[in-house]
Design a binder for this molecule. Structure first.
Ligand code: PLP
Length: 397
């Protein structure tokens, strides 16, 4: 272990798992109770209520003891039948991974190609649907916040494009790195299945995953024929009404979830989203000051939960990350898939404040110095933005 790691705290600035607040850690650190007893039932029903505002959903939200990938699979197997066509948009690594699950399940994938620098294109989706007069496409599945590229898709515009095409396809949205950090509205945006995970905006360790379910998705699940057992909604839905899970729930994670939901409620969701917007903007000002390039190209799609940054030609982003870890005890996100070595990512989602961002940006700037990557001063404009917020810059390159 490097000497620099012996004292002080580790900066976990990957875009999830995120820093787990003390309050949540203390809530988890209790004896496990009987999951068939009255105390558990109260816990479970309280969580069922507290989850609704965070998803912007009035309908049921099921909770799986799994990573987010389980909730991806659950969304598909509960609503679709073998050979059903699914329309997806290649926004980056996570859209690609979700599409692989669809293909493995025997679904007919129609992937709109992408450059990994833009979100799902509402017009392209609308055109595909308008051309599908036989309604072969049964679902449109997109990633709200593509964690590999720091691009946020415009879900409301995708919904509007589906409506303009008059197409009955279900809309499924992955919010794993946006929920609880970037505004999201399951009901208002007409989303049928929202996929989420515990380890990012919800400030928990990894280990819980969610499906928020619309009436239309519930109806689809009654005729869907893909095989399912562990992921089947029907038994899980019981838990949202009675508090009893069909199998052993992740009890201690649920203690943590209740505490995290109380924290979001105390701060107020609008304030939470504004905090992340400030941090996103300050980080982008740092990138501009450094003279580095954002992966995201469209200012309307800049992510407020993380920032993905390209290193100049001839430099290795993973070597920079390794230097920063070694010298300053900070973990940054690696480039994923085809961005490996070319991109590093700064997570600013979940439990996070101004001084954590200031420390993070200082660590990156010092790392750039040591790695010999030519750069300007990004810290000063970022701190100025935190002290005295100015309107968002359109940093399109
Ligand atoms: N979707 C997105 C947007 C993600 O960021 C991740 C993980 O980082 C996943 C899906 C997969 O979730 P998990 O790794 O929890 O299975």
């Amino acid at each position: 272990r490097p000497v620099s790691h012996v004292s002080g705290i580790h900066f976990l600035q990957i875009p999830g798992p995120t820093n787990v607040p003390e309050r949540v850690l203390r809530a988890i650190d209790r004896a496990t109770i009987d999951h068939r007893g009255p105390e558990f039932q109260r816990l479970s029903l309280e969580i069922a209520c507290l989850l609704h505002p965070v998803f912007g959903a009035r309908g049921p939200i099921v909770i799986y003891p799994s990573s987010g990938s389980g909730a991806w699979e659950a969304a598909l197997v509960n609503t679709l039948s073998p050979g059903d066509r699914v329309l997806m948009a290649e926004t980056g690594q996570f859209a690609t991974l979700w599409s692989r699950i669809a293909t493995r399940l025997g679904l007919d994938l129609d992937m709109i190609p992408g450059d990994w620098r833009h979100g799902a294109d509402p017009d392209a989706i609308g055109e595909r649907l308008a051309a599908d007069t036989a309604h072969a496409i049964k679902a449109v599945a997109i990633v709200h916040n593509e964690t590999s590229t720091a691009v946020t898709s415009r879900v409301a515009e995708v919904r509007a494009a589906i409506d303009r095409a008059g197409h009955p396809a279900l809309l499924m949205v992955d919010t794993i790195s946006s929920l609880g950090s970037i505004e999201y509205r399951h009901d208002d945006w007409g989303v049928d299945v929202t996929v989420a995970g515990s380890q990012k905006g919800l400030m928990l360790p990894p280990g819980l995953a969610f499906n928020a379910i619309s009436e239309k998705a519930l109806a689809a699940s009654r005729t869907a024929r893909l095989p399912r057992s562990y992921w089947a909604w029907d038994d899980m839905l019981e838990s949202t009404r009675t508090g009893w899970f069909p199998y052993t729930p992740a009890t201690n994670m649920l203690y943590g979830l209740r505490e995290a939901l109380h924290m979001l409620d105390e701060e107020g969701l609008a304030n939470v989203y504004a905090r992340h917007a400030r941090h996103g903007e300050a980080t982008r000002r740092a990138v501009q000051g450094w003279g580095l390039e954002l992966v995201a190209l469209d200012p309307r799609e800049y992510s407020n939960s993380l920032t993905a940054i390209s290193v100049p030609e001839g430099f290795d982003a993973d070597a920079l990350r390794a230097t920063i870890l070694e010298r300053f005890n900070m973990s940054l996100g690696t480039g994923l898939g085809k961005l490996k070595g070319r991109v590093f990512r700064i997570g600013h989602l979940g439990s996070f404040n101004d001084l954590m961002l200031a420390g993070t940006l200082c660590g990156v700037q010092m790392g750039l110095d040591i790695a010999g990557i030519p750069h300007g001063d990004g810290v000063t404009p970022a701190l100025a933005q935190l002290t005295n917020p100015a309107p968002a810059l359109a940093l399109s390159r």
